[in-house]
Design a protein around this ligand. Structure first.
Ligand SMILES: [Zn+2]
Length: 131
């Protein structure tokens, strides 16, 4: 999970990577004062878990895009093979109406991967601990 907060001194964004599902877990393992150093002004300060905000990791978007292109490419390849084999057959119309499901599959997978990450980010951000 990618977390960020704003530097207390210069307001620059401080980015850190932690693998906790919510702020309760974060404070349980790292305490109520999380020491972070600003990359812009090198000021080391402690931040409350509520100050840290989760955001979607870029790597997840990359993975989702890869899955999209791989499944999309595989389906396009299969379709191309089917077309060249069955171009003149009568069953191709029926096949095409049934196979609409496969055309939307890359979009569904892409949405699922992004959706899962969005949900994790949402669950982290919605849960605040007592100060
Ligand atoms: Zn700073």
């Amino acid at each position: 999970m990618r977390l960020y907060c704003y530097c207390k001194k210069c307001k620059a964004e401080i980015i850190t990577t932690k693998n906790y599902s919510d702020r309760g877990e974060l404070s349980m393992y790292e305490g109520r004062d999380i020491a972070l150093t600003c990359d812009a002004c090198y000021q080391k300060d402690s931040y409350h878990p509520n100050d840290l905000i989760a955001e979607i990791r870029k790597s997840v978007i990359v993975v989702a895009l890869l899955v999209f292109f791989i499944t999309g490419g595989a389906i396009a390849f299969l379709f191309f093979g089917f077309y060249t084999d069955h171009l003149l057959s009568e069953s191709s119309a029926a096949f095409l109406s049934d196979s609409f499901v496969f055309v939307v599959l890359p979009f569904v997978l892409f949405g699922l991967i992004i959706g899962m990450e969005k949900r994790k980010v949402y669950l982290f951000n919605v849960y605040r601990i007592k100060r």
